[in-house]
Design a binder for this molecule. Structure first.
Ligand code: NDP
Length: 246
């Protein structure tokens, strides 16, 4: 695995699920980690306990990515406490499923706010820091639902398709500044995110996947670290699927 020993990495949703695996993989690769989470303090404490060995190389922050002021404060802190920001992983995400005809406006809005506007607010602030340094890697965690569409996920699908479109536009804007912008698109990954699925649903979804199994957060982390590495310097504006052939 490449070393990220001189790099500062910002991961949203870093204390659970995919984000946790990504954050831990970066720590193992020598990076300095800034991890943010929404409000689950127990998960954040567990993360800190499990990663005590790296205590001098990470900080955890409670910050709602959908809140412009909170994101502003976070980036002020980053500028004051770190030399540069090398990598942003926009991983924080939520779902509020319902058939569109029954969908509450608040559930439409919450999902768009967190998944899409959150990615925008974080990317905007990160790009300004990365431009100063003329180096950066932005990775947005999207979903195959963006193009497949799933019943009950119109809000989620729209937010994930929006992330992909934003990725392609931003990639073109910053390509000449040695900043790359890509998506990683995980299929079904066993995390809290899909822990509410009924047993029959899990069985049916596993049948849809050519590999006949759900992926692990660690398998997604490998893809993120690859795109974040200096070796991925000529890859931008694209999506790397990690979905078992879905
Ligand atoms: P989890 O529900 O396991 O974890 C979500 C993480 O995001 C938590 O750390 C949570 O913080 C954080 N978070 C949620 N909302 C906010 C917010 N407003 N501000 C800051 N942090 C926030 O999800 P996964 O790990 O499974 O999913 C991670 C990403 O991967 C999401 O974007 C999801 O859409 C995407 N994805 C997941 C798939 C899957 O099957 N699991 C499939 C395809 C894509 P806290 O712990 O404080 O609640």
């Amino acid at each position: 695995m490449e070393s990220f020993a001189t790099q500062t990495i910002l991961v949203s949703g870093a204390t659970r699920g995919i984000g946790k695996a990504v954050a831990e993989a970066f720590l193992r690769a020598g990076a300095t980690l800034i991890g943010i989470y929404a409000g689950n303090n127990d998960a954040a404490s567990r993360f800190a306990e499990e990663n005590q060995a790296y205590a001098d190389r990470f900080s955890l922050h409670r910050c709602n990515v959908a809140d412009e002021q909170e994101v502003g404060k976070l980036f002020t802190w980053i500028e004051e406490n770190h030399q540069a920001l090398d990598v942003l992983v926009n991983n924080a995400g939520i779902r509020r499923d319902a058939l569109l005809a029954m969908m509450r406006t608040t559930h439409w809005q919450e999902v768009l706010d967190t998944n899409l506007t959150g990615s925008f607010l974080m990317a905007r602030a990160a790009v300004l820091l990365m431009l100063k340094n003329r180096y950066g890697r932005i990775i947005n965690i999207t979903s195959p639902v963006a193009h497949l569409g799933f019943p009950g996920q119109a809000n989620y699908a729209a937010s994930k398709a929006g992330q992909m479109a934003m990725t392609r536009s931003l990639a073109r804007e910053v390509a000449r500044k040695k900043i790359t912008v890509n998506c990683v698109s995980p299929g079904f990954i066993a995390t809290d995110f899909i822990a509410d699925l009924a047993e029959e649903q899990v069985a049916a979804y596993k049948k849809m996947v050519p590999m006949r199994r759900f992926g692990t957060p660690a398998e997604v982390a490998q893809a993120v670290l690859f795109l974040a590495s200096p070796g991925a310097s000529y890859i931008t504006g694209t999506t790397l699927d990690v979905h078992g052939g879905l």
